[in-house]
Design a binder for this molecule. Structure first.
Ligand SMILES: [Zn+2]
Length: 266
């Protein structure tokens, strides 16, 4: 997420001593998604992408998968597309502020990445946003309208539910990103693929409704009701019981990212 909401969340995160990367999938999640995609790229597409990554002097997409979280200007794209969990229709521009929402940004940067008359520098920036934002749209709280400001207690620590879904569930699984990618590719679980970025956000919103906000109130940083100060205590098995949902979303994001890149650079 970006701008005002990110600033607020960062402030909340600092206040609550939440993990530093409490504003997207954490670096492990984003790197795992990039690794899954990289292993499913067509050979010619991978060659072209390696040429673009050379702009940053790196050789794997995982190395730039969290770069977008370091870009914080007000005009930078937001990392959310907020689909209401109450079933009401989302506006065309489904995020706060005037910067591009995640779905809009994926469309915008897809055009730049596919345009071989653009400079490698411009195309690499586009690649980095696409790698990151496809991942973010699969984090349930990046697709739902309420994006997880609820304070929670888990394992004796106070944090916000957004951080639990960004990092804690993945960290609790305890597998580093390269191995995690292999594990997800080979786990025998089939996942739904295809769809548009807006569809991915809607899937995320539905998952947030059914598996996150089922035990806590929906609340907002920018409209009523604001989130209650009293934290919800999560059950001790929360991270393990929710891990299969996170695994599903990481796997979907990785394969969908590969399909998008294969199509843009065909
Ligand atoms: Zn992000």
């Amino acid at each position: 997420m970006k701008q005002r909401s990110k600033a607020l969340l960062l402030a909340a995160a600092a206040l609550l001593a939440a993990p530093q990367s409490a504003y997207a999938w954490g670096t492990t999640g984003h790197a795992a998604i990039a690794n899954i995609a990289e292993l499913n790229l067509n050979a010619s597409v991978w060659t072209e992408i390696q040429g673009l990554l050379a702009v940053d002097g790196v050789t794997h997409m995982s190395k730039v998968a969290s770069w977008a979280d370091t870009q914080r200007a007000a005009t930078d794209p937001t990392h959310t597309t907020r689909i209401p969990i109450d079933g009401s229709a989302a506006p065309a521009h489904a995020c706060t502020g005037t910067a591009m929402c995640a779905d809009e940004a994926i469309a915008y940067y897809s055009t730049i990445l596919a345009d071989r008359t653009q400079s490698n520098a411009n195309r690499e920036v586009a690649l980095k946003y696409i790698i990151h934002l496809v991942g973010d749209l699969h984090q349930p709280l990046h697709g739902s309208d309420p994006i997880g400001y609820n304070t929670v207690t888990f394992g004796g620590t106070s944090t916000i539910i957004h951080a639990i879904w960004d990092d804690t569930i993945i960290d609790n699984h305890g597998v580093a990103s390269a191995l995690l990618a292999q594990e997800l590719i080979n786990n025998g679980v089939s996942v739904t693929l295809g769809g548009t970025p807006r569809d991915w956000a809607t899937e995320s919103s539905n998952m947030a409704r059914d598996h996150i906000y089922d035990i806590m109130p929906s609340c907002w940083d920018y409209k009523a009701p604001a989130c209650p100060a009293t934290p919800v205590t999560l059950p001790s098995n929360y991270a393990t019981t929710k891990y299969p949902l996170v695994a599903q979303r990481l796997k979907q994001a990785g394969y969908r990212l590969a399909a998008l890149l294969n199509s843009l650079l065909a």
